[in-house]
Design a protein around this ligand. Structure first.
Ligand code: ATP
Ligand code: MG
Length: 577
């Protein structure tokens, strides 16, 4: 095995997958392999989403982990839909999940499975448990379950139905299956231990009555297996060797193992738990994301402010940046909150390598270059990507009137302001050095509305013979050629670091940031940007990374989304404040 400890968070390059870090799960797998407990040495993992929502960045962590291990151990990873709750599930989600996993760069090949395909087998295994005396049909009303179950420090009470005969249980379970009984009136329970300190072992329900149509099996079933019963059996049926799940399932592991042992399944997958990803300034539970969507608080599951994979994609995240992020955060047993800036950092690093550069002035201030000939236009050459010489060059038209950023000019600048001010000189990127000779202000407001400047023809970029040195370089756009493009700027969706933990009496939606979307109508871009297509990545020089929105853009009329600012403005703000 190669030395992976030298891996760093910055190792991701274009189209590359970073070298995987060692983690305790890989260690566990190595140990299992060396002990020979993996029957034919093939490591089989699975990613098991419930199709009740779109995938989010937390799922990406699990996807990268499961598919990454399968790739590195030359095993395989199954995509399995855990579809045992017909009420919440939908084919729309089944499709979006497949699209997102593929987009992230992973392939399950032939190994697409649905837990619902095992309903018949799982039912037979429930019958087997009944025959063995390990399961019974319980009629305790739902409102008394808690009381019977008790609390961890005190044993629970036995259900009066616990000692039913096998024959009676078989008849009753059969009737549940036929739909004779109403929902909630009965459950099938595993007969384990009502005094176990682990609540999950106190005769947990393994089948319930549910009379909703299932997206694959229709009305065939009136009973559905519970998650804990389904998951271990699905893993065993598929021959999964390592079943990786998040920490909250640690306390379910004894039940997972109990079921497999009682049913003597030939395959005994190892359940291993790791800490789920939590990100600051966002929510990750599908229930909450669904609420944002159904209450119209965002523009659908793929709103660019959402932490969903489809939202991140629409925002301009690349698959490589998300994989790099998942590698950076690693896999541990420790719960913690990852700052969203870590994700943004992975994106900047990747986009710096792949984004085409463009000049866009967000908030224009007109500059007239008084000594530049009227009517003259010259084509200047600019590189498309300084990090990638194969990207080539682009033509930038330059003329007597241009726009610069309002922020790049001050009437009375402090000494450290290296941009433009009366009498000062700056370089226009890929063009000339100009000097500000005169400021025209709005008489009503006193605001500068136009600058009169002069240029030095000797200072053309690439053939500068003047020997002049200036400290500031500005981006600019020719006024005659520039095109107006709408730009959507995003900020954090929530105002607080942990919207997931609202104060007493408040809802997480109370913390939505009202300024998370602002639309800039004034932006003027170099003319080539009109042909920008969704799927292309851009760096607007000195401003940030942008992509054409794939829903709102039309041919020749792109609408841009800001993916991420060029620098982490929040980090800067918190340093200086
Ligand atoms: P949610 O809490 O968002 O509704 P879930 O766990 O119910 O998520 P599933 O569809 O069951 O969603 O998740 C599929 C897989 O993804 C599971 O193995 C789960 O452990 C994993 N997963 C879900 N959320 C995260 C997360 N935040 N970090 C890491 N893995 C996650
Ligand atoms: Mg789940």
């Amino acid at each position: 095995m190669s030395d992976e400890s030298t891996n760093t968070a910055t190792a991701a390059g274009k189209n590359s997958t970073p070298t995987p870090q060692r983690n305790f799960i890989r260690q566990h797998i190595d140990d299992d392999l060396s002990k020979g407990v993996v029957s034919d040495g093939t490591i089989i993992t699975r990613f098991p989403p419930e199709p009740n929502g779109y995938l989010h960045i937390g799922h990406a962590k699990s996807i990268c982990l499961n598919f990454g291990i399968a790739r590195d151990y030359r095993g395989r990873c199954h995509l399995r839909f855990d579809d045992t709750n017909p009420a919440a599930e939908d084919v729309e989600y089944v499709q979006s999940i497949q699209e997102d996993v593929r987009w992230l760069g992973f392939d399950w090949g032939e190994n697409l499975f649905f837990a619902s395909d095992y309903f018949e087998q799982i039912y037979d295994m429930a019958v087997q448990l009944i025959r063995q005396g390990h399961a019974y049909v319980c009629e305790i009303p739902q409102d008394q379950w808690g009381e019977y179950r008790g609390v961890p420090s005190k044993p629970g009470r036995h259900s009066p139905f616990r000692d039913r005969s096998v024959e009676e249980n078989l008849v009753e379970f059969g009737k549940m299956k036929q739909g004779v009984y109403p929902e909630g009136s009965r459950v099938l329970r595993a007969r384990i231990d009502m005094s176990s300190p682990n609540i999950h072992m106190r005769d947990p329900a393994i089948y319930r009555i549910k009379k909703a149509a299932h997206h694959r099996t229709g009305d065939h079933w009136k009973i559905y297996p519970m998650y804990d019963f389904t998951h271990c059996l699905s893993d065993a049926i598929e021959g999964i060797t390592h079943s990786l799940c998040t920490l909250e399932f640690e306390v379910h592991r004894p039940l997972y193992e109990w079921v497999l042992e009682k049913l003597s399944t030939p395959c005994r997958p190892q359940q291993i738990e790791f800490a789920r990803l939590s990100l600051s300034y966002t929510v990750m539970s599908k229930r909450r994301l669904l609420k944002l969507v159904t209450d119209g608080l965002v523009d659908g599951w793929d709103d660019p402010r959402m932490p969903t994979i489809s939202g991140l994609r629409r925002r301009g995240y690349t698959p490589a940046s998300i994989r790099d992020f998942c590698e950076t955060i690693g896999v541990t047993k420790y719960k913690g909150i990852t700052d969203i800036s870590v994700l943004e950092h992975s994106l900047r690093q990747d986009l710096n390598l792949r984004a085409e550069r463009a000049m866009v002035v967000m908030n224009p201030l007109k500059v007239v270059i008084t000594n530049y000939p009227q009517g003259q236009v010259e084509m200047l050459s600019a590189v498309k990507n300084p990090e990638d010489s194969s990207a080539g060059t682009r033509d930038l038209p330059f003329g007597r009137e241009i726009y610069i950023e309002k922020d790049d000019f001050m009437v009375d600048p402090p000494k450290k302001f290296f941009r433009l001010g009366p009498g000062r000189e700056v370089r226009l990127k890929y063009a000339y050095i100009i000097r500000c000779d005169e400021v025209i202000t709005d008489p009503a407001t006193g605001e500068p509305v136009e600058l009169r400047c002069s240029y030095d023809p000797e200072t053309r970029s690439g053939s500068d013979t003047s020997g002049k040195k200036v400290k500031g370089t500005l981006h600019w756009v020719s006024a005659l050629h520039g095109v107006n493009v709408p730009v959507r700027m995003f900020d954090r969706l929530f105002n607080v670091e942990k919207p997931d933990e609202p104060e007493e009496g408040k809802s997480f939606t109370d913390y939505l940031n009202p300024d998370s979307l602002t639309i800039v109508e004034t932006a003027i871009a170099e003319p080539d940007l009109l042909s920008a297509q969704p799927g292309q990545y851009f760096q607007f020089e000195r401003i940030g990374y942008f992509v054409p929105d794939h829903r709102l853009s039309q041919p020749g009329k792109p609408v841009f989304n800001r993916s991420v600012a060029l620098k982490d403005s929040w980090a800067k703000a918190s340093r200086t404040s």
